[in-house]
Design a protein. Structure first.
Length: 287
């Protein structure tokens, strides 16, 4: 059975054939399966944004291909258009793209472009608003009257309302306070568990990545440096730091403990896992 989405030897060169030619991504092959929660990390300029814009057909590859359900997404214009409803992309600071008179109309924009009937559009708007925690009484309010966190949730709801099979988010919690960040992440986890959608999240926050995703793709100079389950990636903390990335503070502490000769496990990267590991080390047991 074909993966939900797959890239094969994907490369993109900006300004090809000019003095400004630059290879943004090179020879990337990866797969996404239904229900996965995948994090993408990498230093600035590593190719993260270019990669995700290929996944829903916003950028055409210089070479290689992208397959959705086994079909090349560029096989014809109609297929590419339909793909953008199935692979939803939420840009960084998406609230700056809000433009309608009401929250309802902003969330409804995507479903309207799918040529759905008004009854189904309303059903999808209410469902998406519920997923992201926007109460019904705010649907007739101007989005510009909302707080920053609420605007972000409206923008995400506008993509969720298309019911994509893959939801891709570029720094979805950037600029939010800790409470706002946790609300967004909890709502994404809720959407994934209830709808079975795959989620791809680009983030500079290693703590957010550690707490949320099952698998991490590490980008470095336009190529995939690592692609492995979260624990495996963070067990290689020295390699991550060597390419200029931070790792969760818990992972740093456990890497240092291991360096000092303590028999601790590798791949500990959350507070809960650290507690269990330390209790095991003491010979204790978590109640």
């Amino acid at each position: 059975m074909a993966p939900l989405l797959e890239t094969k030897n994907l490369s993109h060169i900006y300004s090809a054939g000019t003095p400004f030619e630059r290879t943004a991504i090179e020879n990337i092959s990866l797969c996404l399966e239904q229900g996965e929660f995948v994090g993408i990390i990498g230093h600035t300029g590593s190719g993260k944004s270019t990669l995700i814009q290929h996944l829903n057909g916003l950028i055409k590859p210089t070479s290689g291909e992208i397959l959705f359900g086994g079909e090349n997404i560029w096989k014809d214009a109609q297929f590419t258009r339909q793909l953008r409803f199935q692979v939803g992309l939420v840009f960084q600071y998406p609230e700056y793209q809000l433009f309608e008179e009401t929250v309802y109309k902003d969330i409804a924009f995507g479903p309207k472009n799918m040529d759905l009937k008004e009854e189904e559009i309303r059903e999808r708007v209410l469902e998406a608003a519920g997923f992201v925690g926007i109460p019904e009484h705010l649907l007739e309010v101007s989005p510009f009257e909302l707080s920053g966190g609420q605007k972000r949730r409206v923008a995400i709801a506008g993509v969720i309302a298309m019911r994509p099979k893959i939801l891709i988010l570029d720094e979805p919690t950037a600029g939010l306070d800790p409470a706002g960040r946790e609300k967004i992440l909890a709502q994404l986890r809720n959407y994934r568990s209830r709808c079975g959608a795959a989620i791809v999240m680009v983030s500079h926050s290693m703590e957010e990545i550690a707490a949320s995703v099952d698998r991490i793709i590490v980008m470095n100079h336009g190529s995939v440096f690592m692609d492995a389950p979260t624990a495996q990636v963070f067990s290689r903390s020295r390699e991550l730091m060597d390419i200029g990335l931070d790792v969760p503070q818990v992972a740093q502490v456990f890497a240092r403990l291991k360096q000092l000769g303590l028999p601790v496990e590798e791949g500990v990267y959350t507070v809960d896992a650290a507690l269990q590991a330390l209790l095991s080390l003491k010979g204790g047991r978590h109640a």
